[in-house]
Design a protein. Sequence first.
Length: 149
Amino acid sequence: MELQMGLLDQLAGQVLGSLAGGNEQQQGGGGGQAALIQLVLGLLQSKGGIGGLLGQLSQGGLGDQVASWVGTGQNLPVSAEQIGQAFGTSELGDMAAQLGIPSEQLAGHLANFLPQVVDGLTPDGQLPEAGNLDLGQALSGLAGLLGRG
């Protein structure tokens, strides 16, 4: 899994770098969204994959939302405050510092972005088996998110 996530991170960085450059004029600066995607990839890696990340969010009180993001129906919304509670002040602050933005702003971005990322990584309504994340599918989903900005 470590090798696979490292490869995913490396490939995503290359793909997203080129996509962000092409989208900067359209979005008024695609680099911020590319940095957010890279942060989410780092989260996936540090949590041991999508299951670990979703486990933390579920334990943080977002079980219903997480289930909707994985499932094939409509995604339930999540607020910045709920994201802040699920990650905790310290972890959210560390992530925000990496991007050079306030914690509250990062929580808002994650509240908008995580449901889409999870939905994109679980198109069949199921988590990929441990160590079996489809790299092409993940990159395609993340690139699509960047393009939708």
